[in-house]
Design a protein. Structure first.
Length: 286
């Protein structure tokens, strides 16, 4: 079976799918995107992701080329056509194709919509969670609006690559005061001495993770205390536990930051418990 992607109204063999070299995402990273988990063939937290997509687009004055109902249909079609049981759907909207010029294209230039689906490996993900991940810290050199989920990800790409080359899975980004904002492609969490979850407030310094929001609600339902406040790298070193969250990782325990063991050096019970609970709580749409 060959994979199928969606490009501007058409379902095309993934290997042959493409957009114009004039597309503004190619030339300027002028686009927004979302990644939604598919679990047991269902989309997880779809409403939250589509709301965030609409917000990102609004913030960049970018028009979505199709209505939300059509978008939902396209995502389902991709899940079905690609036989995705567990995996993800990716969708991207750009300011369309136009002669290269920083100025927005003239009114009426259609936005580009691309979407595709890919299968994940549930067993490999569980093994990674059981082992825990290593993280390195790096300065957060991104622009001042990482709350917008734009395709402009160069600092994130460089940070993740540096982490990988250092034998780590993720990079935690530090602001000028030494506080952890988030990971290069995930939100960052610690568990403090009282057992409370601590994560950076969802202000303009981080992407407001859909998984993050869901985990806060799960914590509340389970009676786990949490607080949204910045935490420093020093505080993370001494934390009881640490973990990351995101639609592609759900919850992954962090067992090592910059070569220092976190907690016992093994995945912590709070992180593993939240991971285990996630799919019991997260809303699915058929
Ligand atoms: N922060 C960044 C920078 C990300 O790229 C992601 C993944 N999209 C997240 C946080 C987590 O967001 P979500 O839970 O919505 O996947």
């Amino acid at each position: 079976m060959s994979r199928v992607a969606y490009v501007n109204g058409r379902y095309i063999r993934h290997a042959e799918a493409g957009v114009s070299i004039n597309d503004r995402a190619f030339l300027f990273a002028d686009g927004v995107y979302e990644v939604i988990e598919v679990y047991g063939g269902r989309l997880i937290d779809e409403d939250g992701h589509l709301q965030r997509l609409a917000r990102s687009a609004r913030e960049l004055r970018l028009e979505l080329p199709v209505a939300e109902t059509a978008l939902r249909r396209i995502l389902r079609e991709l899940v079905a056509r690609n036989l995705v049981g567990d995996g993800h759907v990716y969708l991207q909207v750009t300011r369309g194709a136009a002669k290269r010029d920083h100025i927005f294209p003239k009114a009426g230039t259609p936005s580009t919509l691309v979407a595709f689906a890919h299968r994940g490996d549930r067993a490999a993900a569980e093994a990674r969670a059981r082992a825990g991940i290593k993280v390195i810290s790096l300065p957060d050199i991104r622009w001042k609006r990482p709350d917008i989920k734009s395709t402009s990800l160069l600092p994130n790409v460089l940070a993740k690559q540096q982490a990988r080359e250092a034998g780590a899975y993720e990079a935690w980004l530090l602001d000028a005061e030494g506080f952890v904002t988030e990971g290069s492609s995930s939100n960052a969490w610690i568990v403090d001495g009282e057992g409370a979850l601590v994560t950076h407030p969802a202000d303009s310094a981080i992407l407001s993770g859909i998984t993050r929001a869901r985990l806060l609600r799960i914590a509340a339902a389970k009676g786990v205390k949490w607080v949204e406040r910045p935490f420093s790298l020093q505080e993370a070193f001494g934390a009881r536990e640490a973990f990351i969250s995101g639609a592609t990782t759900i919850v992954l325990p962090v067992v090592d930051i910059d070569g220092r063991k976190i907690g016992s050096g093994a995945p912590g019970p709070v992180a593993l418990d939240l991971r285990a609970a996630f799919h019991d709580f997260a809303p699915v749409t058929a």
